[in-house]
Ligand binder design. Structure first.
Ligand code: SAH
Ligand code: SF4
Ligand code: F3S
Length: 479
């Protein structure tokens, strides 16, 4: 890889080597301190990007010599990997960290750490510093790869460690990873965000957009497929702008194609697509590659053009619908479309909100992630007048979720008789001899079948749509 041509900073090999040495130093400290392998508990909030970061955190901890537990009160090290996207997410973190105060008093050797997007905000780090003195280690989103060094400092010094550089961020290759699942894997293909949607904190806490080299992503995908992974999800806040910082440039569609061309029986997913950068080329690539899941997660946020402009989204309703219609035209019933939407953006009127309702009625999403607007300190929207009461927004929210429920139920019924290529992932709940499979669009189909089908792809025909699950049967004549 020619690092010199990159516009993006890549963490040097020397630095990564240094971290490997810190792993060994920390390992030696903990093997002296504990008779048996100590347990670590990593608690993850937020999006898949955080889930992927936590898998790297666990990879590093595993090299240092930790095993893992879900039980906080069994752990010698507890790490909260936090999310800042809405106030509710932050409140939960404060509540959960606060609950460890007495545990820490009774077990002073336990290390409590906080990392992730929340910590990257000055006012939150200050609050942890002042009001949560039992938190030993705080580190930001740009220094996850330095955990071995930071943990070593925490283990050996008597002082609390805060490492929160505010920077654009760099890419660290070769960080160890311990994945949560042996069939489904996340691959971050880029980090950060440049879009500055007016309500969103992500660009402030995750830094500028930077893409991993295509060769690194493809090599990771290849290795996963060769070791039996069946579902690979490519991650980024806006995957459609992948590769703009690479020299030579590589488009997201090209990256997808290269992975889809790898040998093996697997499926590729990706998220999130931003409508402003979503191209027809991408939709054509999805339609043309069997190995790409026919699932498009395309957040629209609002169905009203004035609100979209105030959100700084850089597309309008017509452009969004054009993309959706094109995707439906190419992929038909096989396509599942999901989205994110915000209710009660500052200044949004009921009339404008009705445009969101009408867009939802028109597109008929498979499922919808609905959020009530939450002001984020430091973002432009937090300064905008916001006259609509929380109760009123709550009523709009309910109207939207009721509408989506009706649509989801109608969509479910339409599945009767359809044939889906599904990944069989585990035992079913409808009866003893049922096993469960997932369609590209994350619908669950249960069917009578042998447990040794688990971990394979099968064609399943829907026989009866129930409320949340579909009943089906396996096609004897697999295509
Ligand atoms: N990068 C992705 C979204 C990441 S955040 C994209 O642009 O599509 C996930 C979702 O959280 C967003 O799509 C948005 O719907 C919601 N969200 C972000 N900031 C929010 C806020 N301040 N209040 C409420 N919802 C918010
Ligand atoms: Fe936030 Fe917008 Fe970036 Fe998504 S694209 S992470 S909503 S700023
Ligand atoms: Fe939350 Fe950070 Fe993801 S703010 S949504 S965890 S990028």
């Amino acid at each position: 890889m020619e690092e010199s041509k990159r516009k993006t900073a890549v963490v040097s090999k020397t630095e990564m080597e240094k971290q490997r040495e810190y792993c060994e130093k920390a390992a030696s400290v903990i093997s002296k301190r504990y008779q048996k392998k100590p347990l670590a508990c990593v608690v993850t909030y937020g999006c898949q990007q955080n889930v992927a970061d936590s898998e790297h955190i666990k990879g590093m901890l595993s090299q240092i010599g930790y095993s893992f537990t879900e039980e906080r009160t069994e752990a010698k090290l507890i790490i909260f990997n936090t999310c800042a996207v809405r106030e509710h997410a932050e409140d939960r973190v404060f509540g959960n960290v606060g609950m460890l105060k007495s545990y820490k008093r009774e077990n002073p050797d336990v290390i409590i750490a906080c990392c992730g997007c929340m910590m990257q905000q000055q006012h939150i780090a200050d609050k942890i510093r002042q009001s949560f003195p039992f938190v030993d280690l705080v580190f930001g989103t740009h220094v996850v790869y330095r955990l071995p060094e930071l943990l070593y400092s925490t283990l050996t010094r008597k002082k609390r460690v805060f490492e929160l550089p505010d920077m654009d961020g760099a890419i660290a290759e070769g960080v160890p990873v311990l994945r949560d699942n042996d069939k489904k894997a996340w691959i971050p293909i880029m980090y950060g965000c440049n879009n500055f949607c007016s309500y969103c904190i992500v660009p402030y806490v995750r830094g500028r957009e930077r893409s991993r080299e295509a060769a690194d992503v493809i090599a990771e995908a290849k290795e996963l497929i060769e070791s039996g992974y069946k579902e690979i999800t490519l991650l980024g806040q806006n995957v459609n702008s992948y590769g703009k910082d690479l020299a030579p440039r590589v488009s997201f569609a090209q990256l997808l194609k290269s992975i889809a061309e790898l040998d093996g029986d697997f499926r590729i997913r990706f998220m999130t697509s931003h409508p402003k950068d979503c191209t027809k080329e991408l939709i054509e690539t999805m339609a043309g590659c069997e190995k790409i899941a026919k699932h498009l997660h395309l957040p629209f946020q609002s169905g009203n053009d004035r609100v979209l402009k105030a959100m700084n989204r850089h597309y309008d309703r017509a452009k969004y619908l054009e993309l959706i219609h094109y995707a439906k035209e190419l992929m038909g019933d096989a396509l599942s479309i999901t989205s994110d939407v915000i209710v009660g953006f500052p200044g949004e009127t009921y009339e404008e909100f009705r445009d969101t309702l009408s867009l939802v009625s028109e597109v008929k999403f498979t499922s919808l992630f609905t959020f009530i607007y939450s002001p984020r300190k430091g973002t432009p929207a937090a300064e905008m007048p916001d006259p609509v009461s929380a109760e009123e927004k709550g009523r709009w929210f309910k109207e939207l979720t009721d509408l989506q429920e009706t649509i989801s139920a109608e969509n479910m019924k339409k599945n009767a008789g359809r044939l889906f290529k599904c990944f069989v992932y585990g035992k079913g709940k409808l009866g003893d001899n049922y096993i469960a499979a997932r369609t590209d669009g994350n619908l669950i189909i249960e069917f009578e079948g042998d447990e040794n089908l688990i971990g394979t792809f099968q064609k399943i025909k829907v026989t009866e749509p129930l409320t949340y699950v579909l009943k089906g049967e396996m096609e004897r004549n697999q295509l």
